[in-house]
Design a protein around this ligand. Structure first.
Ligand SMILES: Cc1ncc(COP(=O)(O)O)c(C=O)c1O
Length: 400
């Protein structure tokens, strides 16, 4: 009998590790490498939020808390859902976890039985399929296409649903594409879900506040109140408030699901960090002015990166509505040979050759379940982005 769990054997090692390991090795060897792989804002946590954390330490708020959050944070989350999304939740319908990731994981652990299927649109955030597998369920991947800006169509959703489907995981704006669903696009999906009352919706709204231009964010239970009783609306402070290291995520949904998630959390991490919870209260209740200021910077960078990548021969990069990622297609580069003599057979080979020959680290599309593409994170300085995109243009121009 194996010492390691059989469940673990179903989980793939992270496909992004190969690229990041190679980038680190090249850097250590003195090569000038620009990393475009970061999944976090390059801004610092706002001072008022840091001060709230420091004040919490000073006031001795350093003990265990209720497993799924202090009442003050739950109240701030209830207010946030009302203010931003027009959704009414009570504190008993709210769960706070150690990052958005733990919230999603708790929900899956609390609900998956062998044979249960979870529909995940591709390209997807790398953790969804593996979290489903760890929880004992079966991921069912529904591939979106570049023609729809990597957004799932109602027909694709309909085709993925079976009698075994328990959850549909929805993520808008998306990691890795930045694609944000308009109200009409989301309504088309919620109409499908209304025809399948056994399917629950796990919506990951982590990038809600990172949207650009006149895009209007909306979330499933807001667009279709008929889904309220079977929707878990997940969110967190990591991306919008530059608080990735503080580890606070939260969700709201039906009380019996929230209670089941609390049970899991009480037997795993006990509670999210007390100090971080107080900082998150300030993030949600304090000034939101920081968000608009950062978004202006992100929008400028998005436009810069999309323009420069579309000038690279063989790349096709849609303009995404939000997050801080773009997901260009390299379809027209496949079959060509790089200046360094590498035949580009897929996006992993492309990303490896780009790193070795041009010193730019990106994450290849296969890691996110849809190829041939790569993901660029533009959460880095304008100067680094300009230089990286210039190198990508030169790399692509060298393909023959
Ligand atoms: C789509 C998505 N959901 C959830 C998370 C996890 O957020 P947290 O850092 O709060 O666990 C991430 C982080 O990269 C993400 O991209």
């Amino acid at each position: 009998m194996s010492f390691l769990s059989a469940t673990l054997a179903r989980v793939k090692p992270s496909p992004t590790i190969a690229v990041s390991t190679m980038a680190a090795e090249l850097k250590a060897a003195g090569r000038d490498v620009i990393g475009l792989g970061a999944g976090e804002p390059d801004f610092d946590t706002p001072q008022n939020i840091k001060d709230a954390g420091i004040a919490a330490i000073g006031a001795g708020k350093t003990k265990y808390t209720a497993p799924d959050g202090i009442p003050e944070l739950k109240a701030a989350i209830v207010a946030k859902f009302k203010r931003d999304n027009g959704l009414d939740y009570s504190a008993a319908q709210v769960s706070v976890g150690t990052g958005g990731k733990q919230i999603l994981y708790n929900a899956l652990m609390a609900t998956m039985n062998p044979g249960d299927e979870v529909v995940i649109p591709a390209p997807y955030w790398v953790s969804y399929p593996d979290m489903v597998l760890l929880a004992g369920g079966t991921p069912v991947i529904a591939a979106a296409s570049s023609q729809t800006g990597y957004k799932l169509t109602p027909d694709q959703l309909e085709a993925a649903i079976t009698p075994k489907t328990k959850w549909f995981i929805f993520n808008s704006p998306s990691n890795p594409t930045g694609a944000g669903y308009s109200r009409d696009e989301l309504r088309a999906l919620t109409d499908v879900l209304m025809r399948h009352p056994h399917v629950w919706v796990m919506t990951d709204d982590m990038y809600e506040h990172l949207t650009y231009g006149d895009f209007e964010f909306c979330t499933p239970a807001q667009v279709e109140p008929g889904l309220y009783e079977r929707t878990l609306t997940c969110n967190g402070v990591s991306k919008a408030y530059a608080m990735t290291g503080w580890r606070i995520g939260y969700a709201a949904g039906p009380q019996h699901l929230i209670a089941a998630m609390r049970k899991i959390q009480s037997q795993s991490t006990s509670n999210p960090c007390s100090i971080s919870q107080w900082a998150a209260v300030e993030a949600l209740n304090g000034s939101q002015e920081f968000i608009a200021r950062n978004n202006a910077v992100f929008k400028r960078r998005r436009d810069l990166v999309v323009d420069m990548l579309n000038e690279a021969p063989g790349l096709d990069c849609p303009v995404p509505e939000g997050a801080f990622y773009v997901y260009p297609s390299i379809a027209d580069c496949i079959g060509k040979t790089s200046a360094g003599g590498v035949r580009i057979t897929d996006d992993e080979v492309f990303a490896t050759a780009l790193l070795e020959e041009s010193g730019v680290a990106v994450v290849f599309g296969a890691a996110f379940g849809l190829s041939p593409n790569f993901r660029v994170s533009y959460a880095t300085s304008d100067a680094a982005l300009k230089e990286a995109c210039t190198r990508i243009q030169a790399f692509c121009a060298g393909l023959s």
